[in-house]
Design a protein around this ligand. Structure first.
Ligand SMILES: [Cu+2]
Length: 317
C-alpha cells in the first residue's frame, strides 16, 4: 500500500467558518488504548486496513478503539484544558528526534531519510508500539504547505529508522516523527517530535490557499462539514463523492481516515483518528484547536484500494 499521498499546488481550497480544531476531551490524548504489540518482532502487521478496534490479522495488534489524537504533548488527563499541539519540540517526554541529516537537495528521485529516536540516556529507542498498524508515522511538510508526505519508515535493529522521501522542490521543511515508544518497564509514551530540514535551491513560497469546504483529488471530492467552538470537543465529518455520487470509504491503516492538522505560522501538529464506524457514510473526527488561528488539514482516505489525500484550510476564530 502506498502511504498517504503527497500534495502540491492544491487546486480546491476549503472553508469552515467558525470551525475549531477540538480534541475529544479525556479520550486517549497521548495514550494508546487497548493492547498493543511492540515492534519489531510482531508478525501481525499488514497493510490490510481494518476499522479501529478490530483485531488485526494473525493475532496481531489491536489498535485504539476510540477516536484519538496524536501530537498533543500536553497532559492527557481529564481535567479539561485544550492540549497543546505536538511536533514543535525536538525533545519531549524523555525522547529526542535525531535526524541523520537536515539538508537535502532536489535529486530527481526519492532519497533516504534516516533518523533515530534517542532515549534520555542517549541510546536509541528500539521498542515501539504499533499504532494504526505502524510503529512509526513520519511526515515531511514544506513550511508553506507546498508539499506534504505521510510516510512509514522501517527500523533496523540498531534503532535507525529509514524511509524514502521525494523532495521535488527546494525550501524549508518540517519533519515529524509520531510514535509510541515503550521503555524497559513497558511504559508507553505517545510522542510527536519535530525538527527542521531544508532542501537547497531557490525557494518560492506559495501563498496559503483560501479556506473552503471541499477538496478534489484524483477525481474524488471530499466535503467537510462541522462547526465548533474553541476548547470544546467538536465533530468534523467528511464524505467523499465522485461525479456527485457518494463513494464508499475503505479502512486504511486501521481507520476510515487519518487527519493531520498543522497550525499556520508554527506548524504545530496534531494527528487525529476518527470514530471506528462511519456515520451515514461519513468519517467523523473529534477535534480541538488549542488556539484561534489558521490551520491546514490533510485527510488521508482510501477508495477502491487507493489512498488519496484531501486538504483544507480552516480559520478558527
Ligand atoms: Cu501514518
Amino acid at each position: 500500500m502506498k502511504p498517504g499521498g503527497r500534495l502540491r499546488d492544491p487546486k480546491l481550497p476549503v472553508y469552515v467558518g467558525v470551525l475549531v480544531l477540538a480534541v475529544l476531551m479525556g479520550v486517549g490524548i497521548g495514550r494508546v488504548i487497548g493492547p498493543v504489540s511492540t515492534y519489531p518482532g510482531d508478525p501481525g502487521q499488514n497493510t490490510a486496513g481494518q476499522p479501529s478496534g478490530q483485531p488485526q490479522g494473525g493475532g496481531g495488534p489491536v489498535v485504539a478503539a476510540d477516536g484519538h489524537i496524536h501530537g498533543a504533548t500536553g497532559s492527557g488527563g481529564s481535567t479539561g484544558g485544550a492540549p497543546s499541539l505536538g511536533g514543535l519540540e525536538i525533545t519531549a517526554s524523555g525522547y529526542t528526534l535525531a535526524p541523520a541529516a537536515d539538508e537535502y537537495t532536489v535529486a530527481g528521485e526519492p532519497q533516504a531519510v534516516e533518523f533515530r529516536i534517542l532515549r534520555a540516556d542517549g541510546e536509541a529507542a528500539t521498542q515501539f508500539a504499533v499504532v494504526h498498524e505502524k510503529p512509526m508515522h513520519f511526515f515531511v511538510v514544506r513550511r508553506d504547505f507546498g508539499d506534504y508526505q505521510h510516510l512509514h519508515p522501517t527500523m533496523s535493529e540498531d534503532g535507525t529508522w529509514r524511509v524514502d522521501a521525494d523532495f521535488t522542490e527546494p525550501g524549508p521543511y518540517r519533519m515529524y516523527a509520531d510514535f509510541t515508544a515503550v521503555d524497559a518497564a513497558g511504559t508507553q509514551a505517545a510522542v510527536t517530535l519535530g525538527a527542521d530540514l531544508s532542501v537547497s535551491g531557490d525557494y518560492e513560497p506559495k501563498p496559503l490557499m483560501d479556506p473552503a469546504t471541499t477538496s478534489t483529488v484524483d477525481g474524488l471530492t471530499a466535503t467537510m462539514a462541522g462547526a465548533a467552538t474553541p476548547a470544546v470537543a467538536s465533530p468534523i465529518m467528511f464524505t467523499v463523492a465522485r461525479d456527485g455520487k457518494p463513494v464508499e470509504l475503505q479502512p486504511y491503516l486501521g481507520a476510515f481516515g487519518h487527519l493531520v492538522a498543522l497550525r499556520d505560522g508554527d506548524l504545530g501538529f496534531a494527528h487525529v483518528h476518527p470514530e471506528p464506524q462511519l456515520a451515514d457514510g461519513a468519517v467523523k473526527f473529534w477535534l480541538t484547536a488549542p488556539t484561534p488561528g489558521t490551520y491546514r488539514l490533510y485527510l488521508d482516505f482510501q477508495v477502491d484500494g487507493k489512498v488519496h489525500t484531501a486538504n483544507y484550510v480552516i480559520v478558527v476564530a
